[in-house]
Write a protein that binds this ligand. Structure first.
Ligand code: CP3
Length: 372
């Protein structure tokens, strides 16, 4: 596995500094799903290759990861490895397909606890997910140090929910039924996923990832007490587990970002009980309230987000107005520079966005997050 010295030196560490809670000259910015269907160059490559084939082919995953970096030179401050959270259920032994226009589909989801026996008893992450590690190492080299490379995983609750629902769901009835009907079996499954996520994230750091993000996309579907019982302990275990192994193996720590979408009620708890460096936000909370929730001026965590992705359909004037509003919110009343703010959307960019409107959005972040 490659060691850090083999990679070209990093030229832009804005994201890493903001993740450490430092005051930066402007907010670093990256976009969830920045390598995605709104880009014609992505669609062109996607026409020729199946979704998971791209994930499994390091040269293709690398090419797609670099597409937005090439299109927006100097405007993006991070890249995120092209992959999907559902490669973990695949590694555990489930079949996952990506249906065009429909999204992920599990032909044989987990219907009842006995189905857990269908999963691999032990998962050798270094074999099953080696292709992700190879993609990261290749991309890190090809990035030539322009911006840091972010690795990621899905959170245990979100992954478990997909494994049970078998795809997207508006109500998550089946997954929630498991939690309430089979709490012990649910916790055992969550623990199993957690252990794999820890190994998977450590492997990504060893392969060259310079920051990590955990996506708990369905966190907001749980009541605060169910989130506390079925999601938060596993999120915390991932954070502590990754840090502990990196330290034990003498590998420098990297910033850990947690995006528990919709779980704004838990921001205070997550800031105090977990060790995540950055908490991601959706757009349903104002910056001032988020800052207050995580400890105010003296906060330990940095914040990431959180502009409604739909703003990108509303035209340049609305985009500028909205970015300025959020930037002012994160600068706070006293500060002229953003402290520990990583600008992003509050969820992934959607396929119909005009790439020029995203360019404008990025330019506005550069302009309005800098000191006046
Ligand atoms: O650029 C990046 O952000 C990196 C790549 C990335 C993808 N998926 C590529 C992708 C990342 C970080 C993800 C994470 C992911 N995948 C999440 C967590 C973030 C979130 O959106 O809440 C989830 C829930 C998934 C599962 C998933 N993958 C869904 C629900 C879908 C279908 C929805 C959709 O947008 O179509 C996918 C497909 C997917 N993953 C696409 C991309 C670019 C589009 C599918 C395609 O090309 O056919």
């Amino acid at each position: 596995m490659a060691s850090a010295q083999e990679f070209p030196p990093l030229q832009n560490d804005l994201l890493l500094r903001a993740a450490r809670g430092e005051t930066t000259e402007r907010a670093p910015v990256w976009i969830m799903r920045q390598a995605g269907r709104y880009l014609p160059e992505f669609r062109a490559l996607r026409e020729k290759h199946e979704f998971f084939e791209i994930c499994r082919t390091p040269a293709l995953a690398c090419e797609i990861t670099l597409q937005p970096i090439r299109r927006y030179p100097g405007l993006l401050d991070a890249s995120i490895i092209f992959s999907d959270i559902l490669v973990v259920p695949q590694a555990m032994g489930l079949v996952v397909e990506m249906l065009p226009g429909k999204g992920p589909h599990f032909p044989d989801p987990l219907n009842e606890p006995a189905d857990v026996a269908r999963l691999r008893e032990t998962v050798d992450v270094n074999t099953e997910l080696k292709y992700v590690f190879d993609a990261i190492t290749l991309t890190r080299k090809e990035l030539k140090g322009q911006v840091p490379l972010i690795g990621f995983t899905g959170a245990p609750w979100t992954l478990m929910a997909y494994m049970i629902e078998g795809g997207g769901s508006k109500t998550l009835t089946k997954a929630k039924t498991w939690l309430w009907k089979y709490p012990e079996e649910s916790k055992a499954l969550l623990k199993r996923i957690t252990d794999i996520c820890v190994e998977y994230l450590v492997g990504q750091v060893k392969a060259g990832a310079q920051a990590l993000q955990v996506f708990d996309s369905w966190a907001g579907e749980l009541s605060p007490h169910d989130f506390a019982a079925f999601s938060a302990p596993y999120l915390t275990a991932i954070d502590f587990g990754v840090r502990e192994i990196l330290e034990r193996e003498g590998i420098s720590p990297v910033p850990l970002i947690l995006f528990a979408k919709g779980a704004n009620h838990a921001l205070g708890t997550l800031a105090s009980i977990s060790g995540y460096d950055v908490l991601g936000l959706d757009w349903v909370i104002e910056p001032a309230d988020a800052i207050k929730a995580v400890g105010g001026e003296g906060r330990r965590v940095a914040l990431q987000g959180n502009i409604d992705p739909n703003i990108l359909y509303a035209g340049k004037e609305a985009i500028e107005r909205e970015v300025k509003l959020w930037a002012d919110g994160f600068k706070g009343s006293g500060g002229v520079k953003p402290k520990g703010w990583i600008a992003n959307l509050g969820h992934g960019i959607t396929p119909g966005v005009d790439p020029d409107d995203l360019k404008w959005f990025l330019e506005c972040v550069h302009k309005y997050s800098a000191p006046y």
